[in-house]
Write a protein that binds this ligand. Structure first.
Ligand code: KG4
Ligand code: ZN
Length: 316
């Protein structure tokens, strides 16, 4: 990888407690040209050196997707460059192939299981090759990231709150509260996290007054353990069901320290090779979109100027 530039919008949306679609679109319009220019400058390249363009087609907010697509199509038309549209969730798994130093890497071998845990998705995928995957399971309600964010909001920890819970949980008792672990008995590869939020609300209401620092630590640790239990257990079930020996975990929640530690333990016990990209490639970035797009372009999976955004993507 020659360069990776991210324009974060976190500070714009933080005061609203969640992403405001219209503000996101506007910020994308402002950011897209400077980001592309900076990425080229940092790589020491010009547009003339580019061989193809990869762009996120979905799933996601339609306004933001349309800005990326319009820009990519314009560039493709103006420069006569081949264009390919990628699935954002599939691209998260491709972060496992990103390396910054020449001769480094290798990445997971096929077939591998990928557990994508982002703000919007909790999805288990099986990759048969770089561009062929099957959805093994996903959340039936909230994503793991949403659960972290909603619970953090409820505890007064701000938005997005996953990292704050992670920090507090380090000093809390993971067994203080036995939060529900749904869909664990039936061998299902699907997830459900919305009950956790309700359960947290019940616990907070039972306290006399606002939670103390000690309460916050125990509530965070116990909640986080319930989420991590579900994620690690289902990843293991997916590996056993498919016979895959390599596991990729990516998406914003994959920067959670307890999740990383529990995955590492499980991989060690089960003889699984584990790939968790560094946090900067776990959260949203364009390098992962290029990583997948590279394979699609090589296979001739080209898109025309009629390519449309897929805010919802069949199967996701
Ligand atoms: O993949 P991502 O950066 O953006 C999306 O595509 O959605 O994921 C963002 C999510 C947020 O819900 C955030 O709270 C969560 O990742 N997150 C964490 C941690 N760091 C970020 N969740 C738990 N522990 C963390 N350390
Ligand atoms: Zn994402």
């Amino acid at each position: 990888m020659l360069s990776s530039v991210v324009a974060s919008q976190e500070s714009i949306h933080a005061k609203y407690g969640g992403v405001v679609p219209e503000l996101a679109s506007r910020r994308h319009i402002e950011a897209i040209v400077p980001v592309v220019e900076e990425a080229l400058a940092k790589a020491g390249k010009t547009l003339g050196d580019i061989g193809g363009i990869s762009v996120t087609q979905g799933p996601g907010l339609v306004g933001s997707l349309l800005i990326g697509l319009s820009f990519a199509k314009s560039l493709s038309l103006a420069r006569g460059l081949p264009l390919t549209g990628v699935n954002h969730i599939e691209a998260h798994a491709h972060a496992a192939f990103l390396t910054e130093r020449e001769g480094e890497g290798g990445g997971p071998g096929f077939p591998f299981v990928a557990l994508i845990v982002s703000g919007g998705h909790t999805t288990l995928l099986l990759f048969e090759d770089a561009t062929t995957y099957r959805v093994l399971g996903q959340t039936l309600d909230d994503s793991a990231g949403e659960a972290f964010d909603k619970v953090a909001k409820l505890l007064g920890l701000g938005y997005p709150g996953g990292a704050a819970i992670d920090r507090l949980a380090r000093e809390g008792d993971r067994r203080a509260i036995d939060f529900p672990r749904p869909l664990m008995a039936r061998g299902s590869l699907d997830f459900s996290f919305s009950g956790l939020k309700t359960s947290m609300l019940t616990h907070v209401r039972k306290l006399d007054g606002p939670p103390t620092e000690a309460h916050l630590k125990d509530l965070s640790a116990s909640f986080q353990e319930a989420v991590v239990d579900a994620l690690v257990t289902k990843a293991l079930w997916a590996l056993r069901a498919t016979g895959a020996k390599d596991l990729v975990a990516a998406g914003g929640v994959a920067s959670n320290s307890r999740f990383r530690a529990r995955l590492a333990e499980m991989a060690e016990e089960e003889g699984i090779e584990l790939f968790i990209p560094p946090p900067r490639y776990c959260t949203d970035n364009a390098a992962m979109v290029a990583s997948l797009g590279f394979h699609q372009l090589r296979k001739g999976m080209l898109a025309g100027l009629d390519m449309n955004a897929k805010p919802t993507w069949e199967g996701f």
